[in-house]
Ligand binder design. Sequence first.
Ligand code: FCA
Length: 331
Amino acid sequence: MTFTTTFTRLALSAGLALGTVGAAQAAEEDVKIGFIVKKPEQAWFINEQEAATQAGEELGFSVVRLGGEDGQEVLSAIDNLNSQGAQGFVICPPDVRLGPAIMNRANQYGMKVVTVDDRFVGSDGEPMEEVPHLGMSGYKIGQQVGEAIAAEMEARGWDPQEVAALRITNYELPTAKERTDGATDALLEWGFPEDNIFDAPQQNTDTSSAFSAASPVISQRGEFEHWIIYALNEESVLGGVRATEQYGLGAEDVIGVGINGSGAAFAEFSRSNPTGFHGTVAVSSTQHGRQTAEDLYRWITEGEEPPANTETSGTLMTRDNWQEVRAELGL
Ligand code: FCA
């Protein structure tokens, strides 16, 4: 009797133990991560999410693609991921100052977090170094933008004293400031007059907010016939270029150089008539999506925490070489 009971107990606990092991194995095979982006309709972010999904198909984890265009949407995306059993997520937040709130929610659920592109800022105004991040080397890439604009001004024989610079800014986003600062410094170093730089602060990081910011600045400076345009990304530079067109300035009067190298730029380079959108510094959105997803997956399955900060580089793309650069970067 006693023997039987003991035996049953042993068998039961062995069964339970086996059950637990089985569940753990299933969980390991069943890794699910979220990929939340601030602008799900922009080509850059579509690429990142697709590349993450592809990495998952190759390595054996699933990716839930979500949009998070404001704080509310991000928090419900995290709730949604938790109810689907996701173990973590990669995020490009709509506002970097949401970092502490996002981490609170993620920690409640025991989820691991990696940021991509836009790095969280803590309540002290400093980057949240405890959250692994991958993003572009903003200042360096900005310098490439400034150098490309300077080279094109030189090629066109423009006198810098008679050229206006439209600097579309977004100083609430540190990577945006680094990028426009890098471009400004490169231009000043080349000899561009600081007094000819005019700021157009945008509310967001898209074409329409850049267009709205740029229009009044161009209209107030009607005395300038030649304009150069730069911003944190090509979507915003395109907004600036569209604004110059409204004032009758054509491709020969405008040099806009963006950053990203995604669908927005390809569409512009494919037009039969060139526009003032001269080029863009392309960065591999594919690599950003794939690397962050893979890093998070390894963290979840192998406990290997990703590096605190990874910076990626860029390559200038113009109408002349965009297809080659696109192929090189796997875009
Ligand atoms: C920011 C910009 C995007 C892209 C990304 C790398 O999030 O808004 O367009 O440049 O950084």
